[in-house]
Design a protein around this ligand. Structure first.
Ligand code: BEZ
Length: 259
């Protein structure tokens, strides 16, 4: 039986917007695969602070963004008051009308179990409609995870892997789930996308503070800082070059059609 993790990550929407804008900048390529058309009904699942939702809307499509983090939705509504955003759980949401497409960038690795998410997406889409997604794939941020586990164990945390909130599937694993639920997978790829962080030498520490809270539940801020220092030291030769930290992202990208 799978023991699915539920992330307790704390989403600071201002920090996310100010220091992690690469998240939606890299999403531009996925928008090209979505090819939104005027008049289509599209859901942006895991919309964050709404930047890609707004780009989809520029096509003339009718778009709504959903995210489980109320802080992100509040910010998205401030950013784009003319668009619709709602707090919703990707494993359990309803739509008013069947959709032409569900789009999701850099969100689905946070949500488990994937079978519940895909079932929900399938129910929301019209026959012939599409699901276009990109998120962390098998091997994503492997260097960071290994360094985190090592530092956590060295600081007395037993079995840090049980704290891991992320789901990074292989193509075969994810395509099988999609097909089992009734989708036809027409495109799937897994590729490395090393991503330089802005903000110089503290940027990896900032990234960990933003995205890896689940590993530090119950620890003091002193223990947390100690672990982050150890992670930085461990990754120095691998991920820090000429004053820039580069995260070892690996993405899975899929297009699936509801048959
Ligand atoms: C990702 O986009 O792959 C990712 C971001 C934060 C934490 C884990 C993965």
């Amino acid at each position: 039986m799978n023991n699915w993790a539920t992330s307790q990550n704390i989403w600071d929407a201002d920090l996310y917007e100010n220091q992690h804008d690469f998240v939606w900048q890299y999403g531009e390529e996925l928008l090209k695969l979505l090819r939104p058309q005027s008049g289509e009904l599209i859901l942006d699942l895991g919309c964050g602070t709404g930047q890609l939702t707004a780009e989809i809307a520029q096509s003339g499509a009718e778009v709504k963004g959903i995210d489980s983090a109320a802080t992100m939705i509040e910010k998205a509504r401030q950013n784009y008051p003319h668009l619709r955003f709602d707090v919703a759980d990707a494993r359990n949401f309803l739509v008013e009308q069947p959709l032409d497409a569900v789009f999701s960038n850099a969100a689905l690795h946070w949500i488990q179990p994937p079978t519940d998410v895909i079932r929900c997406i399938y129910q929301a889409i019209k026959p012939g409609g599409r699901f276009v997604a990109e998120f962390g794939g098998k091997g994503n941020i492997q260097a960071i995870i290994t360094a985190l586990y090592t530092a956590l164990i060295a600081n007395g945390v037993i079995q840090p892997e049980t704290l891991n909130p992320w789901y990074f599937p292989s193509i075969s694993e994810y395509a099988t789930i999609l097909e089992t639920q009734g989708f036809a997978v027409i495109y799937a790829t897994l590729f490395n996308r090393p991503t330089p962080l802005s903000g110089a030498e503290k940027s990896l520490a900032n990234w960990i503070q933003m995205f890896a809270n689940d590993f530090f539940v119950g620890l003091s801020s002193q223990q947390k800082n100690q672990i982050i220092n150890e992670v930085e030291k461990c990754l120095l030769t691998q991920l820090y070059h000429q004053g820039t930290w580069t995260v070892d992202y690996r993405r899975i990208r899929v297009i699936a059609i509801k048959s």
